[in-house]
Design a protein around this ligand. Sequence first.
Ligand code: UDP
Length: 334
Amino acid sequence: MSILVTGGAGYVGSHTVAELLAHGEEVIVLDNLRTGHTGAVLASAFYQGDIRDEALLDQIFTNHDIEAVIHFAASSLVGESVQMPLKYYDNNVGSAQKLLAAMEKHGVKKIVFSSTAATYGEPKRVPIQEDDPTEPTSPYGETKLAIEKMLKWCDVAYGIKSVSLRYFNVAGAHPDGKIGEDHQPESHLIPIVLQVALGQREHIAIFGDDFPTEDGTCIRDYIHVMDLAQAHYLAVEHLRKGGATEVFNLGNGSGFSVKQVIEKAREVTGHPIPVKVAERRAGDPAILIASNEKAKRVLGWKPQHEDLGTIIESAWKWHSAHPNGYAGEGSEAK
Ligand code: UDP
């Protein structure tokens, strides 16, 4: 039996495929390569196409004996989602609806869903627990929350069991150096800081230093992509054991400010990494830190790379060996 991974050519998707393969799983990747990379496709069975293509989904579910789906494919830029909400409802909610319809038609009853801490919006308290209020401040967060709710009702109606994983700030790369983070354009803090260290940018713009935190910059909970990948494998195992539909936070439970991340990156790279303070970015909460007790307790999740320095070192290893991401690999970055 196989696991279908949508968005398996993307950052978290490709690292999860690597983890599944390491556990001896048979993996099929479906990705339209709009933001994913051919060089990041590790599965032997790969379909390039869109989830909204019903005929393609029928073909995949007919050709393969699919036990579970891990659904990553989505649009995931918070700022863009505010500008183009309908694109996000179509790409995210519309696609998930088509995928679930195909699962229902073909009798597939297990799905792991790539959700986000953006479902919470401005948190009422930290660390954030899974049953805290969800009031997203962007269409991106809204669409992910809408899918979580769709999943809940698909369990009630069709018995499709799901695990939604709310990621905090993902960083780092696979230890074998073959896959890593490559977004075009890049918007995340750690890769941008490392682009400064590589001489590709003059400085890092700090988006606001007047937040109500100790040094005035935003605090986030950074989690290593391989720890996240491990959680996806454990989520599949949870469903295999007959586990219930659940939502889990995935973070390390500790926070670092933007300035602390930059300081750590200076230590790791030996580069001075100049900074400039810029305006706040719309919708950035001051502090986001996960409570990860539930994932540890229910899934048996054991993060292996919790230290921020280790996470940045792992990202640095990838970025310094692949300064142009997958574009330098002879595989196109789309
Ligand atoms: N950030 C920043 N400069 C940048 C990119 C990000 O100051 O060029 C800040 C951002 O405001 C946030 C933190 O770094 O407080 C993490 O941002 P990122 O985009 O990596 O992840 P997010 O928290 O949005 O998921």
